[in-house]
Design a protein around this ligand. Structure first.
Ligand code: ZN
Length: 251
C-alpha cells in the first residue's frame, strides 16, 4: 500500500524541507480501510476510528520537525497519542505528490477540464503545471469557472486581464514563488492557494492572478489518493474524509 503510493509519487521528489512518507505506526499491519484527507488532526483520527480505517493518508505531514515530548500540550502531540492508542498508521504524501506526474496540480487541471501541456521526465520534479482550457475564456468567465469548480465563494484576483485566458499555470497550496515562472511560461492565468498582498503588484495585464485558498486548491488531492489506491490496491477500502480540516473560516 505504502509502496503503491510511493511508486506514484516517489519520496525523492519531495522538497528538501519536507517530511513526506510514513509518519507513525507499524508498517506490517494489514489495512482495514484508508481514510484520505488533507490534514491530520484529532477529528480526523476520530473519523478513522468511526469508519474502521487503520490507515490515514494525508497530504500535509502530521510531523514536520522532531517531537521532544509526546504529551497533551498541542494538537500534533495529542493526535500522535490518539493515533497510536488506536493502532492507526499515518502516511503523508506532500510535495512529492505536488511534484509528481499526475499529481495535485494535474488534478486541479482535470477539475477545470484543462489538458496538461508539460510533463516531467522520470525522477524530475514538476512544481508548476501548465494546462490549456478547451476554449479561451474572458477573464471574468475564467474566474467564475474556477470558483464554481472549487466551491470558492470569493477568489482573490488582480485586475481583470483584457485578453482571453486559455493557458493556465497551476500550483496548488502556497504557490506564490512560482508566479514569475508562470509569466515566463507565457501563461494567461495563474491559479494558486495563497499569496501575500505585495506579490499582487505589477502583474496587471501580464497575467490573471486567481488565488482560491490553500485548502480549496488542494481539496481534490484526497480523490487523487483514492484513484491511486483503487488502481494499485483494489482490495483496499477507501473513505474520503468528511471532516473539513480547513482552519480558516470565511465569515
Ligand atoms: Zn498544501
Amino acid at each position: 500500500m505504502l509502496s503503491a503510493l510511493e511508486q506514484f509519487a516517489p519520496l525523492p521528489l519531495q522538497e528538501s524541507w519536507d517530511n513526506a512518507g510514513l509518519q507513525l505506526g507499524l508498517t506490517e499491519a494489514e489495512v482495514s480501510g484508508a481514510l484520505l484527507c488533507l490534514d491530520v488532526n484529532e477529528q480526523i483520527i476520530d473519523e478513522a476510528i468511526r469508519k474502521d480505517c487503520n490507515l490515514v493518508v494525508s497530504h500535509h505531514p502530521l510531523l514536520f520537525k522532531g517531537l521532544k515530548q509526546i504529551t497533551d500540550a498541542d494538537y500534533v502531540q495529542r493526535t500522535v497519542i490518539r493515533a497510536l492508542k488506536h493502532d492507526i498508521v499515518v502516511v503523508s504524501m506532500h510535495t512529492n505528490m505536488d511534484n509528481a506526474r499526475g499529481g495535485v496540480n494535474w488534478k486541479i487541471a482535470e477539475r477545470l477540464g484543462a489538458t496538461v501541456l508539460n510533463a516531467p521526465a522520470d525522477g524530475e520534479r514538476q512544481p508548476l503545471v501548465l494546462a490549456r482550457l478547451a476554449e479561451p475564456l474572458a477573464a471574468a468567465d475564467f474566474i467564475a469557472l474556477v470558483k464554481e469548480r472549487f466551491h470558492v465563494a470569493c477568489a482573490q484576483c488582480n485586475e481583470l486581464l483584457q485578453r482571453p485566458v486559455q493557458t493556465v499555470a497551476i500550483c496548488g497550496g502556497a504557490g506564490d514563488f512560482l508566479l514569475d515562472e508562470a509569466v515566463a511560461q507565457h501563461a494567461d492565468a495563474f491559479i494558486t492557494g495563497e499569496m501575500h498582498y505585495h506579490q499582487y503588484f505589477g502583474y496587471e495585464q501580464r497575467i490573471q492572478i486567481c488565488v482560491i485558498g490553500h485548502y480549496q486548491s488542494e481539496q481534490y488531492t484526497s480523490q487523487l489518493f483514492r484513484d491511486v489506491i483503487r488502481q494499485e490496491c483494489p482490495g483496499v477500502r477507501t473513505e474520503i474524509a468528511e471532516t473539513n480540516t480547513n482552519p480558516i473560516l470565511y465569515i
